[in-house]
Design a protein. Structure first.
Length: 202
């Protein structure tokens, strides 16, 4: 089986609002966490009419909090066409593909690490590996560094997504397992997910 790979990706920014929450200290007493502090600050700014300041307080706090979470794929689904934006995609009704039909996967990530570049700029960077195997575990195709993405901006975007396109022209009809590994190159972390699919003449 020969696999020809093509990868592409996008990101979009949108507001993520987090309600205040409590964490428990080692002494067993509840104390306000950083998101609770940010929520309080945001409420105070909003009450004073500072809408932008309120929005920024929540956004910045959530960006910092997100990087403390394990690097995780929140959503990974085969789609029938390239997604238009974060959360704007058409799931494929079933993971069945005609010979030569590309596999397009929509992926959302949580906890991607950002680093400061100075002058207010933030940057994240991740790469993607893949493996295709038969149900018995025999690996038919694999590639490290299948694609690499670098995002640079003035904020730590949290609504991060990409779409991965895999060309499996030449694959015989049958059942397969696709495994993607996403490597957070800034945080030196990785996470993987698998998708079963079938190639069928129809």
């Amino acid at each position: 089986m020969q696999a020809r790979a093509r990868i592409s990706g996008r990101q979009r920014t949108a507001a993520l609002f987090a309600a205040g929450f409590l964490v428990v200290s080692s002494a067993g007493l509840a104390k306000a966490g950083p998101l609770a502090d940010a929520a309080r600050e945001a409420e105070e700014k909003a009450a004073a009419g500072d809408v932008i300041g309120a929005y920024d307080a929540i956004r910045d706090a959530f960006g910092a909090f997100s990087m403390t979470l394990p690097f995780t794929v929140r959503q990974a689904v085969f789609v029938s066409e390239r997604p238009k934006a974060y959360g704007a995609y058409s799931p494929k009704p079933e993971p069945v593909f005609k010979p030569g039909e590309p596999l397009i996967t929509y992926v959302e990530m949580i906890g991607l690490t950002w680093k400061s570049l100075g002058n207010g700029l933030e940057q994240s960077n991740f790469s993607v590996d893949f493996e295709i195997s038969e149900p018995d575990g025999k690996i038919l195709a694999a590639q490290k560094g299948f694609g690499e993405f670098t995002f640079t901006g003035l904020v730590r975007n949290q609504e991060m997504f990409t779409h991965l396109t895999l060309d499996i022209t030449g694959a015989e009809p049958g059942d397969y397992l696709l495994k993607y590994t996403i490597n957070d190159l800034v945080g030196e972390r990785f996470t993987s997910f698998e998708q079963e699919f079938t190639v069928r003449d129809r």
